[in-house]
Design a binder for this molecule. Structure first.
Ligand code: SF4
Ligand code: SF4
Ligand code: SF4
Length: 303
């Protein structure tokens, strides 16, 4: 008998779904064992019944529920709760679901500040009213999934590598525990750290990364969060995903251990090369780029 899988996307960009659909050949092995009963990115599904007659959001029952995205609207909250009620196991897919992700940078601002900026102040906008009809109401801030419903398995990454999604799904199908690595991205990185002091951090695109000489990007002056970020994105590449592309790690896998503070852990790494964390511009957002839920980022000023 096949395992029923439901997939939902909440406050997302769609990248996690691309990762899911990019699983490739391993998906063929899994497909014979699973039946997708709900997946809005691929299948039409009317939450309120075929003619909109329902009064409450409904999704089909499933053994496994994959959810990407955090909670930004009351509709997201309702769908997340319905998924929890209908699925035996809930998997948070991607950094938005696990930590709030990039959308949770908005937690640094009040809702009215955001609406004012987006609908009235930007140069390309004709100032107008805030949309309020037939759009879901915003929650007071962006929440990670586990702040709203119980989450059984987390698969971080922005987006998570397809291989990690397969590993998580396979573990669930085989009734085995799925465990994330508890080591830093640096431990998977072939670039050399010499702990030599540097004077300052360069802007990310100051020049093309001279990665061919094998020197650590952080020690070349490019802010790399590898020392404080959980490994797991490398897969079968020679280096972690961003490093392989010539870019420093931005921390999308979150802290190395659950409950750790990536910014605090980076303080130590920066100290080894003679840098004070206070010299990093906009450091709260920089170190919490993917981690703004769980009250890590809050409005800077209140009205
Ligand atoms: S984790 Fe990244 S790829 Fe996935 S929905 Fe969020 S922003 Fe998009
Ligand atoms: S800081 Fe970045 S570039 Fe340097 S070793 Fe760690 S992951 Fe590699
Ligand atoms: S190198 Fe860092 S930012 Fe890039 S995919 Fe890996 S964990 Fe995410």
């Amino acid at each position: 008998m096949s395992v029923k899988v439901a997939e939902e996307w909440l406050n997302i960009c769609g990248g996690c779904e691309c990762s899911l659909l990019d699983v490739g050949e391993p998906l063929l092995d899994i497909l014979s064992k699973v039946e997708f009963v709900h997946m809005p990115v691929l299948m039409d599904h009317k939450y309120l019944g075929q003619t909109g007659e329902g009064m409450k959001v409904e999704v089909p029952e499933a053994d496994v529920g994959l959810i990407s995205g955090g909670i930004r609207t009351e509709e997201d909250r309702e769908i997340a709760k319905e998924m929890r009620a209908k699925c035996k196991v809930i998997v948070a897919v991607g950094s938005c679901a696990c930590f709030g992700g990039v959308p949770a940078l908005a937690n640094m601002f009040l809702k009215d500040e955001i609406f004012e900026k987006v609908y009235r102040e930007t140069k390309s906008t004709v100032p107008g009213e805030y949309p309020c009809e037939e759009v879901p109401e915003w929650t007071d801030r962006v929440y990670a999934l586990d702040e709203v419903i119980k989450v059984d398995v987390q698969v971080p990454g922005c987006p998570p590598p397809p291989s990690l999604i397969v590993e998580a799904l396979t573990s669930i199908l085989e009734n085995k525990p799925f465990k994330l690595e508890e080591k830093a991205v640096c431990e998977d990185c072939p670039l050399k750290r010499e702990k030599k002091a540097i004077a300052s951090i360069k802007r990310p695109l100051d020049k093309y990364w001279p990665s061919k000489d094998g020197r650590c990007l952080l020690e070349l002056g490019y802010l790399c969060l590898g020392p404080a970020t959980r490994s797991g994105c490398r897969g079968d590449r020679e280096a972690p995903r961003c490093i392989a592309g010539g870019f420093p790690c931005r921390g999308c896998f979150g802290p190395i251990r659950k409950g750790a503070n990536l910014m605090v852990d980076m303080m130590g790494a920066l100290a080894t090369i003679g840098l004070n964390i206070r010299s990093i511009p906009d450091r709260l957002a920089t170190f919490n780029r993917f981690l703004g839920a769980h009250n890590r980022l809050r409005p800077r000023r209140r009205v």
